[in-house]
Structures are given as structure tokens and as C-alpha cells.
Design a protein around this ligand. Sequence first.
Ligand SMILES: [Zn+2]
Length: 344
Amino acid sequence: MARTGLIRDEAYLEHITSDFHPEHPDRLRAIYSALEDKELQEKTELLEAREATVEEIQWIHTESYYQKIESTRDCGHRQLDPDTHVSSKTYRTAKLAAGGLCVLVDAVCSGQIRNGFALVRPPGHHAEAGRGMGFCIYNNVAIAARYAQNRGYAEKVLIVDWDLHHGNGTQHSFESDPSVMYFSSHQFPYYPGTGRPDETGTGTAEGYTVNVPLPGGQGDEDFIRIYQEVLEPIAIQYKPDLVLVSAGFDTYYRDPLGGMGVTEDGFAEITRVLMRIADNCCEGKIVLTLEGGYHLEGLAQSVKRVILALQEPGSPDAAAASPSDTTERIVRHVRDTQKAYWRL
Ligand SMILES: [Zn+2]
């Protein structure tokens, strides 16, 4: 069986924020060090990242924003906004983050590897067409979705975003385009303020944006139920040709920014649900990219568990979840919201 492909590169440490910024190079140092495991390395394949091209980045971002980031080249530390910092090498690191994900899309879609995980930074899902925000410079997952389509690998792409925060940039990139479905679970109300359940897409893409806002405090069983009961039936009907995942680990129970209760086991189990969707729809083609996650040890161990899950032969049926009353209400509410579009 083809292996799990990984993108990791010391160059991703060269995007410097500040010593007290949560999105710090130590996040990747912790992950890379947790992956120094001989057995895991034998089962994974390291692929070489490349920089995304100007054209690829401008499928999602405006020319003026691209030029703004290029102009920060070798200029030292600056802030695009209070959250979003750039350093001398950010212009290149951000291109490598988007390009690294495209390398995995190539490898998975050509059958070289079974699935993949891009362990990159800066993250991407908050980045809008003309603006970086929320620690994000270029929208890596959005660029990769367009890449898969423009290379002829996929007509329909499903983007699943399990980060604590809503991926406003990703939603806005595709909210009027039914060829990309966006599904997000996130704490709400919370940064960035978007992601209400009635944000369902516009025009012919109505129903192709699915938001599951959560009040906080949700744990493994809640998340597994949401992914099985809300996402899975919709995804199976949509039948994507590729599944991309904005994998954020700030829903981890000890994350300093979050208020959720997901454990390492929970991330592995959500991964199995997504693998089952990919197995059912698109011969298992699934590629993850790192978004948030700020508890270093929890982040590293959770990523490791997700990579181990990606290597499992099949995706067994998950154990029955016993959700809280809150989850019950959320699941019902989102299903009611989406019922007009999907046969739930
Ligand atoms: Zn986040």
C-alpha cells in the first residue's frame, strides 16, 4: 500500500513572528521532533516542498496583496495587523507553505502516495483575497483546491476545517462556487466572527458552505458525532474527487487560545471519519495541512496520532458517540439549516 506523504522543511521555521506570539516556529520544532521515530519514518515518505508560483497564489489572492507580501522581502519584522506578523523570509516561507501542499496534491492525485499531511507554517485559512489576518499570509488550502482543479485532478473538492476558528478566507474564496464545498466546525462567537449556520453559500453555491458553530466545551464525542452525523452524509452525497483538510489543533483540551476538549484520541478518530468519506468518494484521496494549535506538546502528539491514523489500512466504524445536549441541539439545528439542500 502506498504510504503517507509528509511535507516538512527547516525553511518553515524562517517565518518569525515574535517571542510571545503563539504562532511561533517552536510549534513546528515540537512536531518535527515528535516525528523522529524510526517506525513512523519507515511508514511515511518525505516529499520536497516547492514555492507556489505567482500564478497559483493569484488564483486566490489579488495581485496587489501578492506584491505587498513580496515587498516585505528582507525588510525585517513588520506587522500586517496586531496578530499577523512578517519577517524578512516570510515572503518565501508563505510561498513554500502553499507550494508544499500542492506537492502533496500532485503526489496523492497521481497515486505516488496514499494520503498526506503538510506540516507547514504560516497557516492559511484566515487569509482573504486581499488581506492576511489571524496569523495567516496566503490561503494554502484554497490555493491547493484550485491547484487540484486546474491540474485536472478534481472537478469537486471538499475542504474540511476542524480548526478552533472559522476559516473566513477559505469560505469567502468559494462561497459562490459549488465546485468547492467548505465545511467548518468552530467556536462561536469567537475570532474571526464569521461562520454562522445561516452562512450557506450564495447563488448556485447555496448549500455548499456548511458551518457548525459551537459554544465551547465540546470534546471528542461531540466532534465525532458532528463529523459523522452532519458532515458524512452531506459529503457522501456531494461525492468530492479530493478531500482537503485544514487541520488545526487549537481545539485541544489544553490549548491556551481555545475552550474545547478534544484529545489526541479525538483527532485520530475525526481523521478516521474523514478517511472513510475519502474512501467512499475518491479512492481515499485526502490531504491535510496544518493550521492552528498552540499547546506545543499537545500539538505534536496530536499530529503524530493523526499521521498514525492516516496509515491505518481501513477506517473502521466509529464507536457510538454519546453527545451532550448541546451537541444534540447543534446537530439538529445545522441539519435543519442544510435540509433544503441535502437529503438528510
Ligand atoms: Zn485556529
